[in-house]
Design a binder for this molecule. Sequence first.
Ligand code: ATP
Ligand code: MG
Length: 439
Amino acid sequence: MNETILYSLGGLLALAVAVLVALKPTRKPTLTALVWVAMLVRRAWWWLVFRVTWKGLARESGLSKRRTKRVKRAGVGEESIEKWRDPRLKRVKTSAHSVTLKVRTRRGQALADLEAFAPKLAATYQADSYRVYPAKRRPGSTVMFELVMRDLITKPATAVMPEPRMQTETVLLGRRQNGKPFHLQIEQRHTLVVGASGAGKGSFLWGIVGSLSPAISVDAVRAFGIDLKGGMELMMGAPLFTEIAAKADHAVAMLRQLVTIADERTEALQGISRNHKPGPGDPLYLLVIDELASLTAYADPEIKKEAERLLKRLLSIGRAVGVVVCAFVQDPRKEVIDMRGLFTQTIALRVRSAMETNMVLGDGMATQAAAHRILKAAQGTAWIIDEDGSTDRIRADYWPDELIRRLASLYPATPDLVTIPDAVDASGMPLSLTDGGAR
Ligand SMILES: Nc1ncnc2c1ncn2[C@@H]1O[C@H](COP(=O)(O)OP(=O)(O)OP(=O)(O)O)[C@@H](O)[C@H]1O
Ligand SMILES: [Mg+2]
């Protein structure tokens, strides 16, 4: 009720100010003041619309239940009256661009019924996007719907130089759909990024490696790369990598080396710590695989088998001992993502069908996190599943070649660790580390 009074008063006040400003401007109103008033009016309007129409919508969409009761009335006789049980709209919170509804299930209703209602809710109120997540209090019966009424991530953003400090835990990759920064956890996580060709996987790849570059230069992170497309993608920032494998047999050797490191660390950490904390000289090993399919699906059967075995082992033992994998893949077919369950976080950029969204994010996720609906022109946009199981739409910043080259020359991996990769350019000529523009 307090909320009702507050918002109604807010709305009335905003309207009054708007009318005053429009009718009798004593002073020329600044543009900012007008925008501010318009925003306030819009928020009050949204609040009113959701409050007033909620029950009607719930009843029309089959979320409410109707009961008919027969009652006896003196002088009239028996009469039937209709009673509705609606899911309760507990709170409506508005911001400049979104509306968040807190809704509690009605008696006899499953939480899944409410969650499945999200697409209808978003379409009814013409929201650009939505997400559903459990409420902090009573998550078993209460759900939050965030409707994005004005999409804040339609415009691409370009990445900037990372702060020159050593960070290994998380990296800043871009923005969430509510405009807040999106950080991706790196330590203790194996990450799988799936997206059709041209979906913008490169933004995630360079977002991760580029943001870790200050840590790479002090040997708190050692990046290893597998790029069987001739090394073309990773060679752009080659000096940031300790080693790049552009051929399948080299990739297998690299996997074997990393499994050995993980095994040795497991032994060394036994009884001392359950989680490795990276620092200069005791680095986090980061294995970046661009186009995982070229290693696990299309390569020579012998190599494929060995690569799969080593990668699965690395995925099962590496996380806690500071050997993590970030893999990128275009096609989420079963044989490619046979090991999906071993990745601890998955990111779905634009994929081709609802079935693929379910393959990447998990069964039934296509309605809550419609990665197959991401537009072609919205490169770098993806759906993620947060720690609490809720979904969110994000957009990674774009990393221009120039920025990657600058970072590579500013923060190269410790030079004596770097080995010359066996990468070749389009004409078959070997590429050298200096092609990244570093040394
Ligand atoms: N975050 C972004 N914002 C805006 N545009 C982007 C973004 N990321 C990528 N692009 C644009 O999309 C193009 C394709 O991106 P990218 O090469 O990263 O795709 P990809 O998913 O790696 O494709 P492939 O699987 O074919 O390698 C880029 O050349 C760039 O023009
Ligand atoms: Mg790519």
